[in-house]
Design a protein around this ligand. Structure first.
Ligand SMILES: [Zn+2]
Length: 262
């Protein structure tokens, strides 16, 4: 059974831990360009889904094309890296349709997948799902496992929800971000094996800033990004090598929408 590999393509200074503050150093030295190169090199031949922030795609179109030419799926991670709850339904619809078209033009491929920044589709923002259907998305990967367990009956027809992986009665997250960095590799491996034995693909997700984490050396960073985002970055690459060796991984499109799986 194949498991999903995904990359949330945002810069470290765009994350919630940075609270939208501007990049405190030269983004050309510590930003997306070098981090994307390092991420592509770390992935090697393994194909992933890159959820790209449209504003970043417009700023760095050549990077998006490089990702697409390397065989990865291009999907959308919002017009900007802001929670869905920051938008009214009308604002979200306008922004997401424009963003989808902009990214499709840049990538030269259709975009069928969406992941909200910060897993921000939940009970209060379920209206976004109808807008995603209207905009032509075929799958959404924005929900935590805990949220999905509560709202699964409310997902509209025409879109597949593939939530973040979770385990146990509390649907505790695993397989990406801080959880992949903090959990010992043996635990992540066991949880993926358990999901596969139950007939489910696990969803792995990483960020370029976890692979290229020189930003942790930037002075004047407060404790929040340094601790929450920086912890465990050193060991991530070897965990990925282990996952690549032990599991078959692919993009959402490969696993859920290729001819053999339809
Ligand atoms: Zn994100």
């Amino acid at each position: 059974m194949k498991n999903v590999l995904s990359v949330d393509w945002e810069a470290w200074y765009q994350t919630a831990s940075m609270s939208g503050r501007p990049c405190p150093v030269d983004p050309l030295l510590y930003g997306l360009e070098s981090a994307t190169d390092k991420m592509l090199e770390a992935l090697g031949k393994t194909r992933a889904t890159f959820f790209v922030v449209a504003a970043n795609a417009v700023e760095y179109p050549a990077l998006v094309r490089r990702i697409a030419h390397a065989g990865h799926e291009i999907a959308l991670h919002g017009a900007v890296h802001q929670n869905i709850g920051c938008f009214s339904p009308e604002q979200f619809e306008r922004a997401i349709i424009r963003a989808k078209h902009a990214v499709e033009d840049i990538a030269g491929a259709s975009v069928i997948g969406f992941r909200a920044p910060n897993w921000s589709i939940g009970t209060g923002t379920l209206w976004a799902m109808d807008i995603l259907v209207k905009a032509g998305f075929k799958y959404d990967a924005s929900m935590t496992a805990a949220v999905f367990s509560r709202v699964r009956g409310g997902i509209p027809a025409g879109i597949l929800e593939i939530p973040r992986s979770g385990f146990g009665p509390l649907h505790l997250p695993y397989g990406g971000g801080a959880f992949l960095r903090v959990y010992p590799y043996a635990l992540t491996r066991r949880l993926i094996l358990n999901a596969n034995a139950a007939g489910r693909s696990a969803v792995i997700y990483v960020h370029p800033w976890e692979i290229d984490h020189r930003w942790t050396e930037v002075r004047r960073l407060d404790w929040r990004p340094r601790c929450i985002m920086g912890f465990g970055c050193d060991g991530l690459r070897s965990k990925l090598v282990g996952l690549f060796r032990e599991f078959q991984l692919g993009s959402f499109q490969d696993i859920f929408f290729s001819r053999s799986s339809v």
